[in-house]
Ligand binder design. Structure first.
Ligand SMILES: C[S@@+](CC[C@H](N)C(=O)[O-])C[C@H]1O[C@@H](n2cnc3c(N)ncnc32)[C@H](O)[C@@H]1O
Length: 207
């Protein structure tokens, strides 16, 4: 595997030296898209939030700022992402407002109905089976809870089609391809939006 291919594969599960390098680029690289995604959230006052596939943790920090009354639990299956997200949110972890732990979205250890809000930025491309993972998200949300997905790819853009060939197991979805399994697992209201000039999508589902 060439070095560039190895580097881009670090987006799926960062590890080692290349994973550290990749994580350094992620916070700044995804910030605009993530903020655009967060702005799609309705007026809610979540107390318990879970952020899936948190990477280096910048979006955890944004959720903590936006919802000062909330506790944010962040989950990532990469030990290196967990380490970096803890570093980024050190003050909030120490203050008890934030917990960051290793875990796989396809098999969550949380009890049913634990969270008011779940978020996923630039990560569903790598989840092992959307229905399985979305049913876990559905299970851990409270009735009325929201799930926000925000991606830089609308599943049709040239860049993601190139990355799908380079990154093992990556699948870039259209909004419709995300909406269908969300409805199948039980989400009642599912809406989506496309950025006016970039190939970004945001999908909001309510339990
Ligand atoms: C491209 S990074 C995005 C990180 C961050 N959300 C952001 O926007 O900068 C994808 C992250 O999702 C994590 N991830 C992928 N599949 C996962 C799964 N099944 N369970 C938990 N984390 C997962 C990866 O380890 C990686 O840290």
């Amino acid at each position: 595997m060439g070095i560039l291919r190895k580097f881009f594969n670090q987006t799926r599960k960062p590890e080692g030296r290349l994973g550290r390098l990749m994580l350094r680029t992620m916070n700044a690289g995804h910030a605009k898209m993530a903020d655009w995604g967060i702005s799609y959230l309705p007026q809610i006052s979540p107390v318990h939030i879970v952020e899936f596939g948190c990477g280096a943790g910048r979006n955890v920090g944004e959720l903590l700022k936006r919802y000062p009354q909330a506790h944010v639990t962040a989950v990532d299956y990469s030990p290196l992402s967990v380490e970096k997200a803890k570093e980024y949110n050190k003050a909030m972890v120490t203050a008890g407002r934030c917990t960051i732990r290793q875990g796989d979205v396809s098999a969550l250890s949380f009890s049913d109905g634990s969270f008011d809000l779940a978020t996923a930025f630039e990560t569903v491309y790598f989840w092992p089976g959307l229905e399985k993972c979305f049913s876990e998200v559905y299970r851990v949300l409270k009735p009325g809870g929201c799930f926000l997905i925000s991606n830089e790819s609308d599943g049709k853009d040239a860049a993601s089609q190139k990355f799908e060939k380079i990154i093992d197991g990556m699948k870039a979805y259209t909004a419709e391809e995300l909406e269908a399994p969300l409805r199948t697992v039980g989400f009642s209201e599912v809406i989506s939006d496309h950025h006016r000039s970039k190939p970004w999508i945001r999908v909001l589902a309510r339990k």
